[in-house]
Ligand binder design. Structure first.
Ligand SMILES: [Zn+2]
Length: 293
């Protein structure tokens, strides 16, 4: 598991890491704890570790095809089951399609992972429909139920899942003043380049690496939010701040442009994580960014 998860949720991170190393991951997990305490990120992280083709202990390599697909949200063996926009209920059709998919072999990995988020959006009918699949999944399957109100789940669901409780989230990385300062500088430059304005030269060096990786994470969320606003679904924002700036972006850039920018920021994060020279990585980012229309 990533050092970030081990740092922010040490108990959960260590429990999952041990289970992966000893190859005894439960086939149904319930991630409890306050909303947005990193449960969804942990589910993705777990998927990465399970699917990784070059895992070291419990740590995914972060660079193989599987790791990249999970990162980009395109891995065919990782499914999310969620309520539709503006709804608090996961429809029975969704459960039916989950069951149909659970009966198939995995496409690429040797395991399928289903993330149900939030699980309390399953009504009793939905929960009952899920039970049998939880009991006898076809082949290697892991179900991850995320819930901040586990008391709303049926006792039969509880008895078939292993519960891990997340602690309330620590302050977001962006609240660290140094990260915030760096993020401000990177974002200013990106916005200036995107609108062909004169941008202040800004230099980054080796010691900024770890902070810049976190900055990329935060900017990926920022641009995803702009994309969400563009699609007209403001209920699904990842970061509540900078609303005005995001709305401006949503007005300026079309979906294609925003998607390509998000993709480029993910690539920049990969280069930084792969130890590419920091200055070089940032220069390539500026160059390619400028050329996205
Ligand atoms: Zn990997």
């Amino acid at each position: 598991m990533s050092s970030k998860l081990l740092e922010t949720q040490p108990r959960v991170g260590e429990a999952l890491a041990r289970a992966i190393e000893e190859d005894r991951l439960p086939h149904a997990l319930l991630f409890g704890g306050p909303p947005r305490s990193g449960q969804r990120e942990a589910a993705v992280e777990l998927a990465r570790a399970v699917f990784c083709r070059d895992r070291q202990g419990a740590s995914p390599c972060g660079v193989c095809v599987s790791c990249r697909k999970v990162e980009r949200g395109t891995h065919p063996d990782l499914y999310f089951v969620e309520p539709e926009e503006d709804s608090r209920v996961i429809k029975t059709e969704e459960i039916r399609s989950l069951k149909a998919r659970a009966a198939l072999k995995p496409f690429e990995a040797d395991t399928k992972i289903f993330v149900i988020d939030p699980a309390e959006c399953l009504n009793d009918v939905g929960q009952n429909a899920l039970l049998k699949t939880l009991e006898e999944p076809e082949g290697r399957t892991i179900f991850i139920l995320i819930s901040s109100s586990p008391e709303r789940l049926l006792p039969t669901i509880h008895s078939r899942t292993r519960r891990l409780n997340f602690s309330p989230a620590a302050p977001a990385p962006a609240e660290d003043p140094r990260i915030q300062e760096l993020r401000g500088r990177v974002l200013d430059r990106l916005l200036a380049l995107a609108s062909a304005r004169q941008a202040a030269e800004t230099d980054f060096a080796g010691p900024d690496r770890e902070a810049l990786i976190r900055v990329m994470d935060s900017l990926i969320l920022f641009f995803r939010d702009a994309l969400v606003l563009r699609a007209g679904a403001p209920g699904a924002l990842g970061l509540p701040e900078d609303q005005f700036e995001k709305e401006r972006l949503a007005g300026l850039m079309d979906e294609e442009s925003l998607c390509r920018r998000i993709e480029l920021l993910s690539e920049a994060k990969e280069w930084l994580s792969e130890n590419v020279n920091v200055k070089l990585a940032m220069n390539v980012l500026w160059d390619r960014w400028k050329n996205i229309t």
